[in-house]
Design a binder for this molecule. Structure first.
Ligand code: ADP
Length: 306
């Protein structure tokens, strides 16, 4: 089977999650019922999704010279992933996300400090040149410093690589950047932020996708949660309905989708087929609790397909 190399250039943070009967208000201390620490960050989650889905992926990120940095290295080693491009920052600590979950409603409050992965230097970006030379696909998100994102996109674009940009978390982006991107993969909120509109249904998604094509993006894939995925290329568009599953935790669904999507692209599938594959990976991820630990393995994906 064709298996082109994928580079994920993105964030790593340690998720520190606590559950309680209610979320604290300012100044309140609440006694919680459970605590979990685990690897997180959109970049890292997406790289894990690719790896488990059977893709050949190298994660590029930056962690601190601290205990949380070792969480990243131990986790990737355990998963069997390449750690050659995990840069270490001697001054800034590893990123963290403090997540509080109301166990009755599922509502959460999250405070993310990007830490080291927000401090990737131009020299570090440039040192990935040979890695990017070997790859076919470069997948990025918006959780690391913007100057590094732009530098990677410029380098990968000049080399004719397929650039997939998951525009998360939501923010506006200059057209000059979007024009170098082959495929953007926002969710509804992120598509809305890019296009200055509200995206809530297929009709809105179609309008937003057209706006993005007009801005110069080559292809648009908008994830619509339990409503599936809307895909638009210059030639055609299609809504791919979500798979029916019992959702227990939808955090990380977008990361699972993106990981699955680029894995299929690297196997030579077209955008629509790749989105169908991502749609399955996204669906399987919501049947389990957590982000990276909830990413499905290829045998689970294959048996779901059958
Ligand atoms: P994000 O996590 O970025 O908000 P979405 O909520 O749009 O992303 O979900 C990404 C993808 O995951 C969807 O396009 C779909 O393929 C899958 N997915 C999400 N929620 C569900 C669900 N409840 N049932 C089945 N698939 C889902």
């Amino acid at each position: 089977m064709q298996k082109d190399k994928i580079v994920v250039f993105g964030s790593f943070v340690v998720d520190l999650t606590s559950w309680a009967g209610h979320l604290p208000v300012a100044g309140e201390t609440v006694k919680g019922s459970m605590f979990k620490m685990g690897p997180g960050g959109k970049g890292s989650n997406q790289a894990v999704a690719v790896h488990r889905a059977g893709g050949d992926v190298t994660m590029v990120t930056k962690v601190g010279d601290d205990v949380f940095g070792r969480v990243a290295l131990d986790f990737y080693k355990n998963e069997g992933m390449n750690t050659d491009y995990i840069f270490i920052d001697k001054k800034t600590g590893t990123g963290s996300a403090l997540i509080m979950v109301d166990e009755n409603t599922g509502q959460n409050q999250i405070l993310v400090v990007s830490g080291a992965c927000d401090k990737i230097t131009p020299e570090e970006v440039d040192s990935t040149e040979s890695l990017i030379d070997e790859a076919k696909i470069v997948l990025l998100q918006l959780e690391i410093n913007m100057d590094a994102i732009e530098r990677v996109i410029n380098m990968a674009h000049a080399k004719g690589k397929t650039i997939v940009l998951n525009t998360a978390p939501a923010q506006k982006l200059p057209d000059s950047l979007l024009q170098k991107v082959d495929i953007v993969t926002p969710n509804e909120i992120e598509a809305g932020a890019l296009c200055d509109m509200t995206v809530e249904n297929e009709q809105d998604a179609r309008k937003a996708a057209q706006i993005l094509l007009d801005k110069g993006v080559r292809n648009v894939v908008i994830t619509l949660g339990k409503n599936g995925v809307f895909v638009m290329t210059p030639e055609k568009h299609e809504l791919i309905p979500a798979k029916k599953v019992k959702a227990v935790d939808t955090t990380g669904a977008g990361d699972a989708f993106n990981g699955g999507f680029v894995t299929a692209l690297a196997e030579g599938k077209d955008i629509f087929e790749a989105a169908r594959f991502g749609n399955i990976v996204g669906a399987l991820s919501v049947t389990k609790i957590g982000t990276a630990p909830a990413m499905p393995y290829r045998d689970e994906i294959d048996s779901f397909v059958q």
